[in-house]
Design a protein around this ligand. Structure first.
Ligand SMILES: C[S@@+](CC[C@H](N)C(=O)[O-])C[C@H]1O[C@@H](n2cnc3c(N)ncnc32)[C@H](O)[C@@H]1O
Length: 291
């Protein structure tokens, strides 16, 4: 059985290779250790970024599956964290809203992506867009600092999604929120599709059931959880047939089985357990009669 660390290594290798390719190459070629990767997920799932303020061609490797920044209600002066920032595509779009008074921190664990993103920030002359090397399961960010967290097509690649959402909760300020675009499943995908390691790195095999995903978000402590956008991913027959037999193909077409791109929004309540404890501690201080 593949361990979490092995899966992460596979993901890092794939994205290190992708970092050195153009968007066009990613969309039209197989990428690295095997086939069945970028051609499947990104080309079919990526949205058109080119009309968005802050869009930068060099940062767009065609890897997203939604437009989280469009739904994230970012404001001037905000501190925004982009989880799995790649070459900086969403980070630069977010920067166009936060302006010079805000800050954007992108986190990614593929060194070549961080290098590419930093070069892009340098070229753009942005000193308030920082790219940090790190794992989403252990974010290199202090507690309660972010106004907004965004992420585009990344959580599905993270083996421990519960820890990833706990970390997202930890770094958000009370009253902060996230908009995350991701891939989820509805119904059980046939084994053949799920087991393929390249498919994992391609965003599908690591995706979990939509209900489970939303439950994890809830259990991390988030409130006001809503799906801001949902889109079914229609894989072409030639791709499905590479992984599925005829019976399984029919199941996909007839059943309630599907792969979806969703953009989820959720808030960290102003009143967290910590803030209640802090308020109680302050209230119970010497000379106070409110406890
Ligand atoms: C599908 S790409 C999306 C990149 C970017 N969000 C975009 O839309 O252009 C996934 C990115 O997430 C990063 N990634 C995956 N798992 C990660 C983890 N556990 N910690 C940090 N980065 C991760 C990969 O290195 C890769 O750059």
């Amino acid at each position: 059985m593949t361990t979490s660390e092995e899966l992460k290594q596979l993901v890092k290798e794939k994205y290190a290779e992708i970092a050195t390719q153009s968007k066009q190459q990613n969309e039209t070629s197989c990428c690295g250790s095997g086939c069945g990767c970028a051609t499947i997920d990104e080309a079919l799932m990526a949205e058109d970024y080119s009309m968005l303020a802050g869009y930068n061609t060099d940062a767009d490797l065609g890897l997203g599956c939604g437009l989280p920044t469009e739904f994230a209600n970012i404001k001037a002066g905000d501190l925004v964290i982009d989880l799995g920032s790649g070459a900086g595509n969403d980070a630069f779009v977010a920067r166009s809203v936060t302006g010079a008074t805000g800050k954007v921190i992108g986190v990614d664990f593929t060194e070549k992506m961080i290098e590419k993103a930093r070069i892009n920030a340098e070229k753009l002359g942005f000193h308030n867009v920082e790219f940090r090397y790190g794992d989403i399961e252990k974010l290199p960010v202090s507690n309660s600092v972010a106004d907004v967290v965004v992420s585009n097509c990344v959580m599905n690649l993270v083996p421990d999604k519960r820890t990833a959402f706990n970390e997202t909760f930890r770094v958000l300020k009370p009253g902060g929120h996230f908009s995350i675009s991701d891939i989820v499943l509805v119904g059980e995908l046939p084994d053949g599709l799920r087991k393929n390691a390249e498919m994992y790195a391609g965003c599908i095999s690591g995706a979990i059931q939509k209900n489970e995903y939303l439950q994890i978000v809830k259990e991390a402590g988030f409130v006001n959880i809503t799906i801001q956008k949902e889109k079914k991913i229609n894989l072409p027959d030639e791709i499905l047939s590479a992984y599925l037999n005829e019976v399984e193909m029919t199941q996909v077409k007839q059943g309630d089985l599907g792969i979806f791109s969703i953009t989820v929004y959720a808030e960290k309540s102003v009143e967290t357990t910590e803030s209640k404890k802090a308020a109680k501690a302050a209230c119970c201080g010497e000379g106070s009669d409110c406890c």
